[in-house]
Design a protein around this ligand. Structure first.
Ligand SMILES: NC(=O)C1=CN([C@@H]2O[C@H](COP(=O)(O)OP(=O)(O)OC[C@H]3O[C@@H](n4cnc5c(N)ncnc54)[C@H](O)[C@@H]3O)[C@@H](O)[C@H]2O)C=CC1
Ligand SMILES: O=C(O)[C@H]1O[C@H](OP(=O)(O)OP(=O)(O)OC[C@H]2O[C@@H](n3ccc(=O)[nH]c3=O)[C@H](O)[C@@H]2O)[C@H](O)[C@@H](O)[C@@H]1O
Length: 456
């Protein structure tokens, strides 16, 4: 039996360690966090995050071989392997502010591990970190007076929220970066691979040097975000030319070299990581004097900001250049469907801009209202659980999140209680635009021809 410890009980640490516990019943898995409230929630019936399949998984393994605790020092002493999934946000102060990753939590954890360890340990980077962070980890952990040896591995996490459990159970690949040039490095990589071998096919467990593993994670998110910005840049041309973004996505996605995924045009990408990791990559490029590479990746972020702005500009323009006092309902606040997470959600940005124009903003979302209330604290915004309540007297609906729920609403019933002319701005292209138009709505999708009765 191994004692496996997860430090950081967030969106990554919680689900990842739960799946390891589920698949490796002979090992004991403990998850610790400095946030006692979060740990209490993990030990209760109201888990701190929503993720499809997570409740059932926790029910199955909690108390069997998965435990949540705040006893960080004690659990470090007992652990053989330590997965570190603490947050690595964008730095807000000092050198690199607004770009670089803040490794404060990471370093604190490293020092805490060193202070409490009484025997050798394998420390695994799960958090997304700048390439070469492991050097700093190794230096802190193995400083020269320390009699204890630590092996540092990089095992970046590729799960996406909303599909986290499936992504963890059936991963495209598990990437393990380590030191092939030392016996203990090779042994550490084998130990970690043995854990994943419980359920991941051998050919999907791939090995690399530590730096490649660290950089692959940043590169992977940068490529994904770049695809969204690329398709959104094409959506802007579609709106000018009557080309249809869905038809274009389908046509280009059928090319096997391009592939069909991640080609959905939207109001913009959100989530805690894409922007943070892109900015981190930009900072690294600048650090190494690669100005053109830095600029290249910066444009992915800039275009995303532009896409969100384009969305609001269009609302303003189509609603006769004033939305002062007009009731605009946001359908969805989460950064994507099937999660309650609102970090960096385009809805936050859109809300702020609508408020600047003095619109009356109403927010509804099936899972993210608590987070939305926190994000918009102090702002004059109304929150509504029930979308039918939210739309009463509204001038416009703006679809921000692609929840299935919004596809299936009774739009005739909604039309009847809205102010006229009634506008729909579909930031996710999920609604039946033609059907809405026929009911009387003026419909403005992304990257498609507008369906407005004024144009007849
Ligand atoms: N959210 C996601 O979908 C993904 C996130 N990542 C990366 O994983 C890392 C964690 O992300 P999330 O889980 O989303 O963050 P999170 O903010 O949900 O969770 C991080 C947790 O670490 C805890 N923590 C911070 N310092 C600590 C310390 N010294 N000791 C114990 N606990 C400590 C915090 O209290 C928090 O609960 C980040 O580097 C992120 O870039 C990677 C893949 C997916
Ligand atoms: O490092 C991370 O945090 C994770 O970031 C993303 O996962 P996540 O942010 O949870 O969600 P995605 O499905 O990637 O969506 C990100 C954003 O892009 C948007 N998006 C995605 C796909 C698409 O075609 N169009 C589009 O606008 C989504 O709506 C969302 O706002 C990556 O997909 C994960 O592999 C990675 O582990």
């Amino acid at each position: 039996m191994l004692n496996i410890l997860g430090i950081g009980a967030g969106y990554v640490g919680g689900p990842t360690m739960a799946v390891i516990a589920d698949k490796c019943p002979e090992h004991k898995v403990t998850v610790v966090d400095i946030n006692a409230e979060k740990i209490a929630a993990w030990n209760s019936d109201h888990l701190p995050i929503f993720e499809p399949g997570l409740d059932a998984l926790i029910e199955r393994v909690r108390g069997r071989n998965l435990f949540f605790s705040t006893e960080i020092d004690e659990e470090i002493r007992k652990a053989d392997l330590i997965f570190v999934s603490v947050n690595t946000p964008t730095k807000t102060y000092g050198q690199g502010a607004g770009l670089a990753a803040d490794l404060m939590y990471w370093e604190k954890t490293a020092r805490q591990i060193r202070a409490n360890a009484t025997g050798p340990k394998i420390v695994i980077e799960k958090s997304t970190v700048p390439v070469r962070t492991a050097v700093a980890m190794e230096r802190i952990l193995n400083e020269k007076d320390s009699p204890i040896h630590f092996d540092v591995l990089s095992c970046p996490e590729f799960l996406a929220e909303g599909t986290a459990i499936r992504d963890l159970e059936v991963p495209d690949r598990v990437l393990i970066g380590g030191r092939h040039d030392t016996d203990s490095g090779r042994e550490a990589m084998k130990k970690l691979s043995d854990i994943f071998r419980h359920w991941v096919p051998e050919e999907r467990i791939i090995h690399s040097n530590i730096w490649s593993a660290e950089l692959s994670k940043l590169a992977s998110n940068a490529f994904l975000a770049q695809r969204v910005s690329s398709i959104n840049a094409i959506s802007a041309i579609c709106e000018k030319t009557e080309a249809d973004i869905n038809e274009v996505s389908r046509a280009i996605g059928l090319d096997q070299r391009i592939g069909p995924h991640f080609l959905k045009s939207s109001v913009g990408f959100g989530g805690s990581c894409f922007k943070k990791d892109l900015l981190n990559l930009v900072y690294l490029c600048q650090f190494y004097g690669l100005e053109e590479a830095a600029e290249y990746w910066m444009w992915v972020v800039k275009f995303n900001d532009h896409q969100m702005n384009r969305f609001v500009d269009r609302i303003l323009k189509k609603m006769f250049n004033t939305i002062n006092g007009k009731r605009i309902v946001l359908f969805g606040f989460a950064f994507k469907a099937n999660t309650g997470d609102t970090r960096e959600s385009p809805a936050i940005y859109v809300t702020k801009r609508l408020l600047e124009e003095r619109a009356e903003v109403v927010v509804t979302d099936p899972r993210a209202l608590d987070n939305a209330r926190r994000d918009l604290e102090g702002m004059p915004v109304t929150f509504a659980e029930d979308p039918y309540e939210a739309v009463r007297g509204a001038h416009a609906i703006a679809v921000m999140t692609e929840w299935d729920l919004y596809r299936d609403l009774d739009y005739q019933r909604i039309y009847d209680v809205m102010e006229k002319p009634a506008f729909v701005f579909d930031g996710r292209n999920i609604l039946d635009h033609k059907g809405l138009y026929e009911m009387g709505y003026h419909v403005f999708p992304i990257g498609k021809k507008a369906l407005s009765h004024f144009d007849r």
